[in-house]
Design a protein around this ligand. Structure first.
Ligand code: PLP
Length: 397
């Protein structure tokens, strides 16, 4: 039977970059265990982190709290006790002036972004409102999240050479225009896929711009502050009213619990909670139960700088040295400065084939260079990107 899909159905059910990436990651971890898993945001199996979650689960089994956790539906915006504890944690550890009314628990950052982008932008009365991504390249997972055409717009970066074979992307404030159709700005920090981190100046300027135009600034903190804290400079962006921060549990080794927290003004929190009721009824509550007691001390805030960040830094340095010895001076290339997250962004200038073809060939290649490179950064994540110009930027595995 030929089934006709709706326009929205076709938008969401068609092939997409994020679906290909997640299919690749999933296959590498299950049906092709011999394949070198290069990430795509998949957190590594870090023994100390896994130990922490195992201990928490053991305690929950021992004290019986697992029963309550598995049995009960939470309200759609999250467990009230967790929201309270998370607000207290953010106040104490980060100095953010928030209460539980600023916290919405959601079933992942991915779904929170989807709801946010469509809450704020799209057809609005007789006009079309857009989400502006002020710094490309951006996370491929956003690309198919709009429910209407032309809902997303973006600004190319200013590219600065920071060292031989090293670049950094900066927000190009000379190009960035907040026209009346812009509903919000969104930036992942650190960025998937480049590992770029906003400078304090860029963060402040984006905030000032958003404020001046009365639009929210969405900061996707999946790899950043306050956890997992994989920002090498220690940059700690501060939530302020009017902003929307997304904090995921995934990159502290818990992608399986599918839980994220949104920090926002109360009317945004309420709207997201209501949307979550329609789409998901409630959140999975296991992640909240696992994290809850750790919000009372500094375990989580220390985990990043003491365990997670050095783990990725070491692998990132090693991958960089392997790349340098494999390419020497033969290949015109640049890596993005290692500023955070799990990624290395490789720009091969003038590569004669498209980055998608290069990625496919790397996946099927068994050359020693590919094997040793991929083996060395197993679970650390790398995005090979080859583009002649930033307009062709495309993140691939
Ligand atoms: N945002 C960014 C920048 C990511 O890289 C990812 C996952 O890789 C996500 C959001 C999704 O996180 P979650 O697992 O909370 O949906």
């Amino acid at each position: 039977m030929q089934t006709t899909f709706s326009d929205i159905g076709l938008r969401l059910a068609g092939p997409s970059g994020i679906q290909e990436l997640m299919d690749d990651c999933g296959a590498a971890l299950t049906t092709h265990p011999d394949m070198r898993m290069l990430g795509g945001g998949q957190p590594a199996a870090i023994p100390q982190v896994q130990q922490l979650w195992r201990e928490r689960m053991r305690t929950m089994l021992d004290d019986g709290s697992i029963d309550r956790t598995l049995l009960n539906y939470d309200p759609p915006g999250g467990n009230p006790l967790f929201r309270e504890a998370f607000a207290t944690f953010l106040k104490r550890e980060c100095g953010w002036n928030v209460s539980s009314e600023n916290i919405a628990v959601m079933p992942s950052s991915q779904s929170a972004c989807f709801l946010l982008f469509n809450l704020l932008a799209g057809q609005t009365g007789s006009s079309k409102r857009r989400i502006l991504f002020p710094l490309l390249p951006e996370y491929i997972g956003y690309a198919n999240q709009s429910l209407t055409d032309g809902q997303f717009t973006a600004c190319l970066p200013r590219i600065v050479e920071t060292a031989p074979h090293e670049i950094k992307y900066h927000v190009d404030f000379d190009r960035l225009r907040i026209t009346p159709d812009i509903a919000a700005m969104c930036v992942s920090c650190p960025t998937n896929p480049t590992g770029n981190v906003l400078t304090q100046n860029e963060f402040d300027s984006l905030h000032a711009l958003a404020d001046a135009h009365g639009i929210p600034l969405i900061i996707d903190n999946a790899y950043g502050h306050p956890f997992p804290g994989v920002i090498h400079s220690g940059f700690q962006p501060k939530w302020q009213p009017g902003m929307i921060f997304s904090i995921s549990m995934s990159k502290v080794g818990l992608p399986g619990v599918r839980t994220a927290m949104i920090v926002a003004d109360p009317h945004i929190v309420k709207a997201l909670s209501n949307m979550n009721a329609v789409v998901s009824l409630a959140n999975g509550n296991l992640g909240q139960a696992l994290l809850m007691p750790l919000l009372a001390d500094d375990t989580l805030i220390k985990l990043g700088p003491e365990v997670i960040r050095p783990f990725y830094r070491e692998r990132s340095d090693f991958a960089k040295s392997v790349l340098a010895s494999a390419f020497g001076e033969r290949v015109p290339r640049a890596l993005h400065a290692q500023e955070g997250a799990f990624f290395l962004w490789l720009w091969i200038n003038g590569l004669p084939i498209h980055s998608i073809a290069a990625s496919k060939s790397a996946k099927s290649s068994s050359s020693p260079a590919t094997t040793s490179l991929t083996a060395s950064i197993r679970s650390g994540g790398i995005h090979t990107n080859a583009c002649a110009s930033p307009t062709r930027s495309r993140s691939t595995l």
